[in-house]
Design a protein around this ligand. Structure first.
Ligand SMILES: NC(=O)c1ccc[n+]([C@@H]2O[C@H](COP(=O)([O-])OP(=O)(O)OC[C@H]3O[C@@H](n4cnc5c(N)ncnc54)[C@H](O)[C@@H]3O)[C@@H](O)[C@H]2O)c1
Ligand SMILES: [Fe+2]
Length: 410
């Protein structure tokens, strides 16, 4: 269904930019990392790294994972394979440019040749930032943020995700926050895409139900936002988005109810991987553009921000998103007669899942005085780059933020 654009000039400019980007994208190397899959497969990684001739790696992880000993089996396998490693774990969730600088110094000091990223999106993104910085030691992280600003061969990255959400193991993005301004933005460049992704479901069985739920919904957001960005997606990205949505539909609640269900865990890892590969060309949309500002300003965990914002953005798109949402509803066999009804069922499903997993419908952390900044950052991130179903201006961003900040119904 075609709707009258609310911002005709801005829409015309964004759509023209996106038409050029679509052509440009065909010349970019959006490869898919090789993957190792299955329970316990992380132990096979060091042999594969050694086989490439690499002798010394920086193992980037986070302090909590080190504390619970999750990288232990990988470290043991590295010792057995004769692969030297230095651990860097001085990073926070929503990692910052300062974390990247510290990791880069250690990478140089220890003369590392490659990086093994072990953890959720935070360590993986920090690892990608370190690789980018190592290729451009005289540039700041802020100078590398944007589209194709690294554009140089970087140290190889092997990624071992321990959450099933961000898909960072297969994306061109590293999302990093400026510590001084709290502005969260991405380095987007195919050169920082990991070479290899290790999807070992045993690593995710210890995730709390809350992190399982929020990171799983992050994967769903990637698939849905990429699918709605029809302009950039080729048939591969559309297909991967559909597969990811179905995998989330069948497995997220199962993994949330029983964290030890290895099949559901493995399927959620696949969902995150497919969704990540889909949005790496398809891009994300306003859910992410607004969510990133909340992560940067208030430290809201990324998956939580995504899960809160997703249904509100989908509702606000209205008829502009109905056709594609109806297709996703069909993928999940949700029934319904018209596109409008199917789209409503799809949105209602996301809300129902959130209710079952005890996730909030709103966020109370947004301060009135920050709203103009939130709108500026979200608008600058999304427009003109993301080919979202409908181009928003200040009023629509404000309407969304008002909806997010409304008190939850009793
Ligand atoms: N690069 C991309 O394409 C991309 C896409 C989406 C999000 N992101 C970014 O990724 C970051 C979020 O990553 P995330 O959601 O994976 O969370 P995270 O990496 O910040 O981890 C969240 C928490 O879960 C813990 N944790 C991770 N794995 C665990 C396990 N197996 N068992 C127990 N605890 C575990 C961590 O220690 C941490 O405390 C954000 O900065 C977000 O912006 C990046
Ligand atoms: Fe995300």
């Amino acid at each position: 269904m075609t709707t009258m654009s609310k911002h005709p000039w801005k829409t015309a400019w964004c759509r023209a930019f996106q038409a050029v980007m679509k052509i440009g994208n065909y010349f970019l190397n959006f490869r898919t990392p090789e993957r190792l899959e299955g329970p316990g497969c992380v132990r096979l990684l060091p042999e594969k790294i050694v086989a490439t001739g690499v002798k010394r790696v920086l193992l980037v992880t986070d302090p909590r994972l080190l504390q619970i000993g999750l990288p232990g089996p990988l470290m043991q396998a590295m010792n057995e394979a004769g692969l030297e490693y230095t651990v860097f774990s001085d990073l926070q969730p929503n990692p910052t440019d300062e974390n990247v600088e510290a990791g880069f110094r250690l990478f140089r000091e220890k003369k590392c040749e490659a990086i093994v990223a072990f953890g959720g999106g935070s360590p993986i993104d920090c690892a990608k930032g370190i690789a980018a910085k190592n290729a451009h030691p005289n540039k700041t992280v802020a100078q590398l943020q944007g589209v194709i600003r690294v554009h140089k061969r970087v140290a190889p990255i092997w990624a071992v995700p321990t959450t099933a959400g961000t898909g960072s193991e297969t994306t061109v993005a590293a999302v990093l926050t400026q510590a001084s301004t709290h502005h969260k933005a991405s380095i987007n460049d195919p050169v920082i895409m990991p070479r290899f992704a290790v999807l070992d479901p045993e690593l995710t069985v210890g995730l709390s139900p809350f992190i399982t739920a929020t990171t799983g919904l992050d994967a769903l957001c990637h698939a849905v936002e990429s699918y709605l960005n029809w302009t950039y997606c080729t048939s591969l990205e559309k297909d991967l988005a559909r597969k990811a949505v179905r995998l989330v539909y069948d497995n997220l609640l199962r993994a949330w109810e029983n964290g030890k269900d290895l099949e559901a865990r493995q399927n959620m890892q696949l969902a995150a991987f497919f969704a990540g590969r889909s949005f790496t060309r398809g891009c994300v949309g306003y859910v992410h553009a607004v969510g990133h500002t909340l992560g940067g300003l208030y430290g809201v965990p990324h998956g939580l921000a995504m899960s809160v914002i997703l249904p509100h953005v989908l509702r606000q798109y209205g008829p502009a998103a109905e056709k594609r949402l109806a297709e996703l509803a069909d993928v999940c066999e949700m029934g319904g007669e018209t596109a409008h009804e199917k789209a409503r069922r799809f949105i209602a499903w996301t809300e129902e899942m959130k209710r079952k997993m005890n996730l909030p419908v709103g966020l109370h952390s947004i301060l009135e005085e920050d709203i103009p900044q939130i709108i500026r950052w979200a608008d600058a991130e999304a427009n003109p780059l993301y080919p979202v179903p409908e181009i928003w201006g200040e009023e629509e961003f404000r309407a969304l933020i008002d909806t997010l900040s409304r008190p939850e119904p009793a």
